[in-house]
Design a protein around this ligand. Structure first.
Ligand code: SF4
Length: 403
């Protein structure tokens, strides 16, 4: 008798070459299979055809299987799909249909380009603008993977920056990365940025000598003061007696590149109120540390995805970069500071966002390249990150079944 396999609307079906994966984030269940078996290959093709609405008819008794082995494998596959509740088998005449999980539709960039980006309210896409103030301060390269102050000959022009910020949507958060100790531009910015969420990132070198008096805008709690410590800072601060640094920040980030630095950061934490801190792993030619603490093993990739929406986001945009722009001290604007600039503070925010949407330096950089494009876990893995760019490694560790 003819039957019908109906996949659940929460189950994703992905195939790469002769390998397949059905993954259901809601149930936390998955089934890997091979489509070397022509009967299964055909079944999957039927499931993938949009016209069939995630269903495929089959008839075990009349199907011409070339061998018992193929038939057994086909039966085992259908039984597993049902057993894991990834789908169900019903009589073929039953009117049960399903819709494959499909990403929400966002404005197609090509159509937007044709009609003019401005028509589409693209200004709303910008959620965070980060501005590096530059000036005296230690030179370093941490900014290439996380917002961290660095010294430079150039200094950000306050009036140009304020003009640019003035054109932004009210909901865009503005973050200043401060390199110079007691930089007068900080209070200048504070006094001009009322009713907007603002944060300041300092390192120990640039952290103000006296606590801030944030009375300018009357919006108590609008400004957030973040202290970020590089591995060198952590080392240095541990040998310093004073607790001054830890008394005022709203939040502290410890950039950690080894187990030793992690231990020191934990020791420093005793001086700060717990809870408002994070340990952030940073790439510092430390492959072992990343292998043990950051890169994902196959089980982790499969078990950490319990959200259909997040998988859709991985298919459409880069969660690490989407909606963020960075201005360097010379006024050049980037979506990814490791790539070339999209424009400068002399351009309008809309022009810069339109450039990013057209050129896709970062916001829509998804796992479409190299081995990820051939991997079954393409949309399960987190969006490509700065670590992968700097290290040349992928986020996965010892993943074989996906490839
Ligand atoms: S190859 Fe790419 S998609 Fe596959 S597991 Fe590794 S990082 Fe993820």
């Amino acid at each position: 008798m003819e039957k019908k396999l109906v996949l659940s609307s929460d189950s994703f079906l992905w195939r790469k070459g002769k390998r397949g994966l059905i993954f259901n984030p809601k149930l936390g269940a998955h089934l890997r299979f091979s489509t070397m078996n022509p009967a299964m290959d055909e079944l999957c093709s039927l499931l993938e055809d949009p016209i069939n609405l995630y269903t495929a008819k089959f008839n075990l008794y009349t199907a011409k299987f070339d061998s018992d082995e193929i038939e057994d494998e086909f039966r085992a596959f259908v039984t597993s799909v049902e057993g894991l509740r990834l789908g169900k088998v019903v009589q073929s005449e039953e009117k049960i249909l399903a819709l494959p999980p499909t990403p929400f539709v966002i404005n197609h960039v090509e159509r937007m380009k044709e009609r003019g980006m401005e028509q589409f309210g693209i200004q709303d896409y910008l959620s965070i603008l980060t501005l590096y103030l530059g000036g005296a301060g230690e030179k370093n390269e941490w900014y290439r993977q996380i917002d961290y102050p660095f010294g430079s000959k150039e200094k950000l022009d306050v009036s140009k920056a304020l003009l640019f910020i003035g054109q932004l949507n009210r909901n865009t958060t503005v973050c200043f990365v401060v390199a110079e100790a007691d930089d007068g531009r900080v209070s200048e910015f504070i006094s001009h940025l009322d009713r907007r969420s603002v944060s300041f990132v300092f390192n120990p070198e640039s952290y103000p000598k006296s606590p801030f008096s944030c009375s300018g805008c009357g919006q108590k709690g609008q400004c957030k003061f973040i202290l970020r410590l590089s591995p060198e800072d952590i080392d240095r601060e541990l040998n310093r007696e004073s607790d001054f640094l830890f008394e005022h920040p709203d939040h502290i980030d410890f950039l950690v590149d080894s187990p030793g630095i992690l231990q020191k950061a934990e020791a420093l934490l005793d001086r700060f109120r717990p809870g408002n801190h994070a340990f952030i792993p940073v790439w510092n030619d430390n492959p072992l540390f990343f292998a043990e603490n950051v890169r994902l093993r196959e089980e982790e990739i499969l078990s950490s995805n319990r959200n259909k929406r997040k998988i859709h986001l991985h298919q459409l945009l880069n969660i690490n970069y989407w909606g963020q722009l960075t201005v360097m001290p010379d006024g050049q604007v980037y979506s990814d500071v490791n790539k070339s600039p999209l424009g400068s503070l002399d351009d309008s925010p809309v022009e810069i966002i339109a450039n990013e949407l057209a050129l896709n330096r970062a916001w829509r950089r998804i796992r479409e390249q190299d081995k990820c494009a051939e991997c079954l876990y393409q949309w399960l893995c987190p969006s490509p990150s700065a670590f992968e760019q700097l290290s040349g490694m992928s986020v996965c560790n010892d993943v074989t079944s996906g490839l």
